[in-house]
Design a protein around this ligand. Structure first.
Ligand code: EPZ
Length: 456
């Protein structure tokens, strides 16, 4: 079996292993350079897109993370060959022999990721049917897939829910549709793109997500032969084509990982050069980073994030769809906000349960209150929703070491930052979750001078 799959299965097994832990002696600034790879939330989708092609694709800068391994395992189960290319981080995906997969194989891999739902359109085009097991992914809310299923039905798919998961067929093929998303969902936008590119006729998608990862996926689909037009007001037109060919693409850098290490530099009063980070896709984060009191220098090959000295300042931040402040950026930033002098507010508007990680910070001495209702704020890009929450962080509060168990990917990384910031020793367990989205993070902590022992 492909080594990526084996790594994924090992990492996936470890995701649940509380014994997979790291003992950190906090209080040391992180200093040094780390290199980013391609974005987890693009590379995994680009791999699924390769299923749509008649010829092999090459994806570059693919991160060595367990989410990539899960998608590799699923593609292999459907007969796609996934091999390492000559370059580090290069994957070659050959979909020439796509065939029906054995469900047990799929089910074994799908539990820890949300990506399987994106196989629907490509499998319906290739095989006329798709069987999708229950999804995994971070427990940060309900994470329903109603937008996905409604879109697939609009294309003409028949959706049957069974105890195994969801079975889809397309008795009359897939035809272009007019779809308006109730919310600019990243996954649902990807679902429509991956289905519409080979549907008969034109698809109009309204209220689409336009995150940089979406635009990079559109660039990949265009390379394959798709005809996609992005209008200014979140409207995307896709003209279905009969045939798509493989692509050669270097994945966009991982914005979430860049923001995570930047927050770590701020919280530990350190100085981290994040190789591969680009200003354009991080503008909103950089504004907040500067308002809190962080400093950054933009270079050709990356961004230097550092604590310039002096007190950190409180901010009011509202997460939003792009180009707003991404929901994935708030967890690591909140650790730095525990050191800000005053009252910060982080208003989470994307997920209904994304502050669970603050329990551990409170145990370490942080003064954080999570309000179940949102807080009135400036004008919104999308209508306010009843599920919003707000965390109020009062600082500065010194953090002391504690025993922490990681709940989810981004919250987990913020626990690492908190342990690195805290005075004294912390034991952080269940850290296998972090390998879902952060390549070789243990090596990177070592490169940055962290004082820890890894008990894998
Ligand atoms: C993607 O999740 C990312 N994951 C998330 O990153 C990211 O936080 C999110 O987009 C928002 O940017 C991947 O790309 C694998 P959504 P996705 O559909 O596509 C609701 C990380 O840490 N919704 O934009 O699942 C949903 O519940 C992860 O890397 C429905 O109600 O996010 C949420 O409230 C965490 N019905 C909102 O929309 C649906 O059918 C946004 O979700 C789909 C979504």
């Amino acid at each position: 079996m492909n080594s990526l799959v084996k790594d994924a299965q090992k990492a996936a097994e470890r995701v649940g292993l509380v014994s997979d832990k790291i003992v950190i002696n906090g209080g040391k600034p992180l200093r040094g350079r780390i290199e980013l790879r391609g974005a987890k939330n693009l590379a995994t989708k680009a791999m699924v897109a390769a299923l749509l092609a008649e010829t092999p694709s090459t994806l570059r800068d693919v991160p060595d993370i367990s989410d990539v391994g899960v998608v590799t395992g699923m593609l292999e189960a459907y007969g796609v060959s996934v091999t390492h290319g000559a370059e580090s981080g290069e994957l070659v995906l050959d979909p020439s022999n796509v065939l029906k997969a054995h469900f047990a194989k799929i089910d074994a891999l799908a539990g820890s990721s949300r990506i399987p739902i994106l196989f629907c359109g490509p499998l319906l085009h290739r095989l006329g049917e798709a069987l999708i097991p229950d999804l995994g992914g971070c427990r940060i809310g309900d994470r329903p897939i109603d937008f996905h299923l409604d879109a697939l039905r609009a294309f003409g798919a028949v959706v049957d829910k069974s105890y195994e998961g969801i079975r889809l067929t397309a008795p009359n093929g897939l035809t272009g549709a007019n779809i308006e998303l109730p919310y600019p969902s990243v996954g649902a936008t990807e679902q429509v793109l991956l289905t519409a590119v080979r549907a008969q006729g034109v698809t109009e998608l309204k209220n689409a997500a336009i995150e940089p990862e979406i635009m990079d996926l559109i660039a990949i689909l265009q390379k394959m032969g798709a005809i996609i037009t992005v209008e200014p007001n979140r409207v995307i037109f896709i003209e279905g084509v009969d045939k798509l060919n493989g692509y050669d693409h270097r994945a966009l850098f991982d914005r979430n990982e860049a923001a995570s290490w930047a927050s770590a530099a701020l919280a530990t009063e350190g100085d981290i050069f994040v190789g591969g980070a680009k200003q354009q896709e991080l503008m909103t984060f950089l504004n907040i980073f500067r308002k809190v009191g962080g400093a950054f220098d933009i270079h050709e090959d990356g961004i230097r994030f550092y604590h310039p000295g002096g007190p950190l300042k409180p901010v009011v931040v509202e997460t939003d769809v792009h180009p707003g402040f991404m929901t994935d950026w708030q967890q690591p930033l909140i650790v730095a906000l525990t050191k800000a002098v005053g009252r910060s507010v982080v208003h989470e508007t994307v997920y209904e349960n994304r502050f669970g990680f603050t329990d551990a910070l409170i145990e370490m001495g942080a003064n954080i209150v999570v309000h179940k209702e949102g807080i009135e704020s400036v004008t919104r890009r999308v209508p306010r929703r009843p599920l919003e929450q707000a965390a109020v962080i009062i600082g500065p509060t010194p953090l002391h070491g504690a025993d922490i168990e990681i709940p989810d990917l981004r919250g987990g990384f913020s626990h690492l930052i908190a342990a690195l910031t805290a005075e004294g020793q912390s034991t952080v367990s269940n850290i296998g979750i972090i390998s879902r989205g952060y390549e070789h993070f243990i090596d990177k902590l070592d490169q940055l001078g962290a004082d820890f022992v890894y008990e894998g």
